[in-house]
Design a protein around this ligand. Structure first.
Ligand SMILES: [Zn+2]
Ligand SMILES: [Zn+2]
Length: 281
C-alpha cells in the first residue's frame, strides 16, 4: 500500500531571493539550469527526444514554477522520467512531493541520504554562529526536519550509473551531507556538483542576491563535516570538469572553472573553511 508522503512540521516557504530567480540558462544542449529564488534545478536531457530527468526539486512552494519551466522546455504535459537528488536539504527537495504527485515519477538519492528522505532523521542544526553573512544568521529559520517520500524514493544503483542519465555517473561527495552526490559525464566533462562546491558565496545575502560569480566551498551554515567536504572538492577537481552547474550561483565553464577549482583545492582552508563556527574544531 502506498504511504502518504509528507514534509517535516517545520516546512515553510523562505522569502530569500536573487536576481537570477526565475531565469533559465541552456548550459549545454541537454543541460538546462533554472534558478528558483536562490537555488538551481537542472533539466537533463535533449528537448528533441523528450527523454529527460529533473535534478533537484527547488524551494518550498515552487511546484508551479518548476512545472512551468519544464513544460516551456519540453512541451506541455511533458514529464521527466525521474527526479534525481544531489541531497535532501530543504532547498533541494522543496517541491518534490507535489512534483511526484503531479508527474507520478520515482525519486533517486544516495543510500546515506535515505534517513532524511524517509522521515527517520533530521539534519544537524544549521549554524547561525558560523563565520559568514546574513544567510547564515537566518539559517535557523530553514526547515531541518526530514521529509518522508515513503516508497517513492529509491537508492541510486551501486554501479555508479544514474537512472535515465545514460552517460553520467554519480560520485559520492559527502561532507555537506552524508549522502551528497555529484554527477559527471566524461565525454564532455560536464559536472553537476550540487552543494559540494558552489559558484557564489552562499552565506552572504548580498552576493546571493547579485549572484556574483565566486567559487566557494559548500554553504557553511549547513556543512557539518569539513574534512569530508574538502576531500570531495579534491575529487571533483581531479575530474577536470569543463562545465559545472552547482546548487547555488551561476554555471561556470572553461578556464575560469579550472582555475577557480584549483584555487579552491589549494586554499580550501582559507576560501571554504569558516574561521569559526560550531562544526569547525
Ligand atoms: Zn545543501
Ligand atoms: Zn543548497
Amino acid at each position: 500500500m502506498e504511504k502518504e508522503m509528507s514534509y517535516g512540521s517545520d516546512y515553510k516557504p523562505i522569502p530569500a531571493t536573487s536576481m537570477a530567480s526565475g531565469v533559465g540558462i541552456e548550459v549545454l544542449p541537454d543541460l538546462y539550469c533554472h534558478t528558483v529564488q536562490i537555488v538551481n534545478i537542472n533539466l537533463v536531457g535533449n528537448p528533441e527526444t523528450n527523454d529527460f530527468v529533473l535534478v533537484d526539486a527547488g524551494m518550498p512552494g515552487s511546484v508551479n514554477e518548476i512545472i512551468t519551466a519544464t513544460e516551456a522546455r519540453f512541451g506541455s504535459t511533458s514529464r521527466p522520467k525521474a527526479i534525481i537528488l544531489t541531497h535532501g536539504h530543504f532547498d533541494h527537495v522543496g517541491a518534490v512531493i507535489e512534483l511526484v504527485k503531479h508527474w507520478n515519477v520515482p525519486v533517486y538519492a544516495h543510500e546515506l541520504e535515505m534517513p532524511f528522505l524517509t522521515g527517520k532523521m533530521s539534519y544537524p542544526d544549521p549554524d547561525p554562529t558560523v563565520e559568514g553573512g546574513l544567510v547564515a544568521k537566518i539559517s535557523p529559520l530553514f526547515p531541518n526536519e526530514p521529509i518522508n517520500l515513503g516508497n517513492k524514493v529509491e537508492t541510486l544503483p551501486t554501479n555508479g550509473k544514474v537512472p535515465h542519465m545514460p552517460k553520467f555517473r554519480w560520485i559520492h561527495t559527502p561532507g555537506h551531507t552524508p549522502g551528497h552526490v555529484s554527477f559527471f559525464r566524461e565525454s564532455d566533462r560536464a559536472l553537476i556538483a550540487g552543494d559540494a562546491f558552489v559558484n557564489v558565496k552562499q552565506e552572504s545575502l548580498y552576493k546571493v542576491f547579485t549572484q556574483e560569480q565566486e567559487i566557494s566551498g559548500p554553504p557553511r551554515y549547513l556543512t557539518p563535516d569539513w574534512e569530508a567536504a574538502k576531500n570531495s572538492v579534491i575529487e571533483l577537481e581531479s575530474l577536470k570538469p569543463i562545465v559545472a552547474v552547482t546548487g547555488h550561483g551561476l554555471p561556470m565553464t572553461g578556464e575560469l572553472l579550472s582555475q577557480s577549482l584549483e584555487e579552491l583545492v589549494r586554499d580550501f582552508d582559507s576560501i571554504a573553511l569558516p574561521d569559526y563556527g560550531k562544526y569547525v574544531n
